[in-house]
Design a binder for this molecule. Sequence first.
Ligand code: PGA
Length: 247
Amino acid sequence: MKDKIYIANWKMNITSKEAQSFFDKFERLYKKEENKKVVLCPSFTTLVSSTNSQSLKNLDNIYFGAQNVSDKISGAFTGEVSAAMLEEIEVEYCIVGHSERRAVYNETDQMINDKIKLLAKSGIIPILCVGETLDSRERGESDQVVLKQLSSCLNQVAVSEIIIAYEPVWAIGTGKNASISDISNMNSTIKKQMNKLGYIDDQFYILYGGSVNIDNLSSIDEASFLNGFLIGGASLNPQNFWDIVDK
Ligand code: PGA
């Protein structure tokens, strides 16, 4: 059985100091659960202090991830952070292709593809976000959009493990969720496409993200085929996040 993965995407929230108090509380709540993994994705500066912090070091099944990485190896790229820099601080996962990066910072599938290749070289597991906008959904093009994102972002990529987070853009931070049948259909679309791209089932995880919280978790979790969740807003509070992991 595959582990269930709970990823906290803190976005541009939680300073290093605030993270320390999150960790102290989370450490008190946390009980290792078989077949469950937690990945915390703070901002870059908080990530450095987090990976150095002793608080969660002794807890099993808790990992750190970055929210982004440069599509370039190194050099004159002001403001960028490379995969090698993440590797140096022992980051194990990295989110790529989040819809906020695509929409606000104009990231293209080509850039995401380059990022994944660099992460692969550094042995960092990519968390690739895919998902349709409301417009494409209304045009009935959700599958098409996700299929194209997967094939372009994973073009010529060889990774032994990858997480695909299906996050319909219209569900992120809006309080709306996709229905179980939407998630189920998209899950099989993603699975088929991953197989077609040469990935065997053991190599990839399919998560759902978009306004997941403790109140709607039970209904989304009926989708027993899901390998976990990518959680934004509800991961900012240690109790709320733990309740979701523990459920
Ligand atoms: P949300 O964010 O849970 O706040 O909708 C999810 C995400 O953007 O990854």
